[in-house]
Design a protein around this ligand. Structure first.
Ligand code: NAP
Length: 295
């Protein structure tokens, strides 16, 4: 068997077209434009490239968008004031703070300062709580993108054994939560593995759906999965660079070997990555609609 390769790039493109059409309609019918601010503190090269990509996408989709760059030595109080300014700006519906923040700033305090109505990253405890109880809310972008991919690829989730490797607050825990919700893309039986798991292969071999978010190159090998498994590889690991200085990336699973056993598999790059930014845009669209009681 050779797996169907799920192209996150293609699925993301489809969703972006859908969002674009909704943006046009919102403008025509309600004179509304989704507004997104991305706040970047300092000049960490990876963060710069992430916010640049987010800005580029939001412009392409017809959003009103601002990139607010702040110096690495900004005081926490000043950052909190800035957030407050955007919390009260009616043209801004979504606020994204690019993480990580410099060490002198309390990341939790900053994230909690974002109004839950503008929490398009879905990290505020109000959003997390609503997600857990299954209420409509801003879902964290990477897990929401994974569910969207699974649904659009036609992978059956109801009653499936879903095994997740990783329990971070931004990927592992929320994806576990979404996969067990009683609705399309969920309804599966979820197991979560982490570094204290005694026999990881015992669990991964049982998986119908395996989501790997460990941040360890090729931590999942072909002998750890069963035939026909659907594999979602969230990991992005830099394992070297090309002579031109471009990063060489690999995921958390041994793609070449596992694709011969799996039914579906996501590549790295071009899998989960493009979905994450797209779900941020979807959340911003939801935010503007909620602000006008259209949701
Ligand atoms: P993280 O905060 O470092 O969490 C990694 C998790 O994996 C932890 O729960 C850790 O367990 C577990 N783990 C690590 N090594 C393991 C092993 N050998 N066996 C079992 N469990 C192991 O990372 P993250 O933020 O969730 O991100 C995970 C990966 O996804 C990274 O490569 C990141 O770059 C990537 N990512 C990609 C996107 C995207 O858009 N494509 C978005 C977010 C993250 P403990 O809790 O026991 O330490």
């Amino acid at each position: 068997m050779s797996a169907k390769i799920i192209s996150g790039t293609e699925i993301a493109k489809q969703i972006r077209e859908e969002i674009k059409a909704e943006v046009v309609e919102l403008k025509e019918k309600h004179n509304l434009t989704p507004g997104l601010v991305t706040i970047l503190v300092g000049e960490n090269p990876a963060s710069v490239s992430y916010v640049t990509a987010k800005q580029k996408t939001s412009h392409e989709l017809g959003f009103y968008s601002i990139q607010d760059n702040q110096p690495a030595d900004i005081q926490e109080g000043d950052l909190l004031k800035l957030i407050d300014k955007y919390n009260n700006d009616p043209q801004i519906h979504g606020i994204l703070i690019q993480l990580p923040l410099p060490k002198h700033i309390n990341e939790t305090k900053v994230l909690y300062a974002i109004s839950p109505d503008k929490d398009v990253d879905g990290f505020h405890p109000v959003s997390v709580g609503k997600m857990v109880i299954g209420e409509k809310c801003f879902l964290p972008c990477t897990p929401a993108g994974i569910v969207e991919m699974i649904v659009r690829a036609g992978i059956p989730t109801k009653g499936a054994e879903t095994v997740i490797v990783g329990r971070s607050n931004i990927v592992g825990k929320p994806i576990a939560n979404l996969m067990l919700q009683k609705r399309p893309g969920g309804d599966s039986t979820v197991t979560i593995c982490h570094t204290a798991t005694k026999d990881m292969a015992f669990h991964t071999k049982r998986a119908d759906i395996l989501v790997v978010a460990a941040g360890r190159p090729k931590v999942i090998t072909a002998d750890m999965v069963k035939d026909g498994v659907a594999v979602i590889d969230v990991g992005v690991n830099r394992i070297g660079q090309t002579p031109e200085g471009k990063a060489i990336l690999c995921g958390d699973v041994d793609f070449d070997a596992i694709k011969e056993k799996a039914s579906f598999i996501t590549p790295v790059p071009g899998g989960v990555g493009p979905m994450t930014i797209t779900m941020l845009m979807k959340n911003t669209l939801l935010a503007v609609k909620m602000s006008a009681n259209l949701e």
